[in-house]
Design a protein around this ligand. Sequence first.
Ligand SMILES: [Zn+2]
Length: 368
Amino acid sequence: MADSIFGKLRGHVGEARGRAQEDKREREQAERKADSVILTKREVQGEWDAARTLYTTLGATGPKSMRAITANDLAQYRHNMRMAQSNFKGNGITARQVIDLASSKPLPPALGAKNPETDIDRARRQINMAIPVSAVNNEVRFITNAGPDSDVNRHHVLVRFNAFSEAANKMLAAKSKDRSTPKQTANWLRKQKLAFDCDCKRHRFFFRYISTIGNFNAGRDELGYPKIRNPNLKGVACKHVLRVMSEIDTSATVLSFLTKHMEKVHASANNTSKHQMRQAEADEAAQKQAARRRTIKTSEQRAQDRARAQERNALNVAAKKVKRVKVKPVNTRKIESALKSGKLAESDLEVLRRFGFSDKQIADKLGV
Ligand SMILES: [Zn+2]
C-alpha cells in the first residue's frame, strides 16, 4: 500500500524539476500573449493602461462574480500588499508561523463552495504523508500524497532552511561546551526561518504571490497580482505545505533525517552534504505516518494542551498527598497494633515517649 501512495524515490528530483520547468514555461507564455490577463508589478504600482480590461473578484458577493478592475482596486491591492508584508518581517518564516497564520488568517473557502474548508482543514483531513526524501545543503525535498481530487498522485514540496550555515557552524565551536551535536543542531535548525515551494495549482495561483512578497518563496518568483483567486491576499500555504510544516515542527522522522544530514555536514571538509532516504526507509516512514492520527496543532492548541497537562499533574499531586496522609508510617502502625494486641501498655508507651524514644526505636524494641 505504502509504495502505491508514495511512489518511487528514484528520479524524484527530475520529476520535481520537470514540473517546475513546465510551470515556468506556462507562466512566460501567459505573460507574452497579446491578450495576457496578468496584472504585473508595474501596473499594481500605478503604470496602468486603462484601455486594458482586466477582472477581479474583489468585493464579490457570489460565486464567480467578477467585474472590471478600476484605479481604486489598484490602490486596494497596494494596501493589501503592505498588510501582507507587515505579517512577514525578515527573511523567511518558521514552520510554526506558517501553521499559526493558516489557522488565524486563513483564505476563506470560495463563495458557494460545496465543501467549505480552509487549507488547514484539508491538510488535516486529506494529507497524511509528508516525507523528507533528499537534501542538498540547505534545501530539503519532501514528497506528500495528493488530495482525492488531484490529477497527480504526489506533490513535491521544496524547503530551504535559511539558517543552514549557522547550524553547520554550531557544530564547530572552539570550546566543547559551546559545541552542538548533530542532533541538537538539527533540532535547532527545524525551528528557524525557512522558505518553501509546492508544485500544486493552489500554491501557484493563490499563494505564490504572497510567499514572493513575504520573502519565503523557495521557487519561481511570482509578481503578477492574484486579482481573481486571492485579491485580499489571505492565507499563507496550501495543504501540502501545511502538512510538511507540521512534520518539520514536530516529527521524529524529520528530526532523524536532518540529524543524519548534519552528521554528514559535520564530517565533511567544507560544511556541505547530500543526503537521501533509501526507498525502504521512506516506505516505512510513509506507513507509520498513514497509521497515526492526522493532527496539525497551532501554537494556541499547544498552549491549551500544556495547560490541561499541568492541571492533570496538579490533580495527581493533590491526590497523592491525600493518600499519604491516610496511610500512617509503618512504625506508627506497629505501635498501634502492639497496643491493640496488649503487647504494649499505654503507660509503658508514655514512659518511652517521655525518654524521647522515636517511633522507630519503640517498634524496634517491640521486635515486631
Ligand atoms: Zn501544494
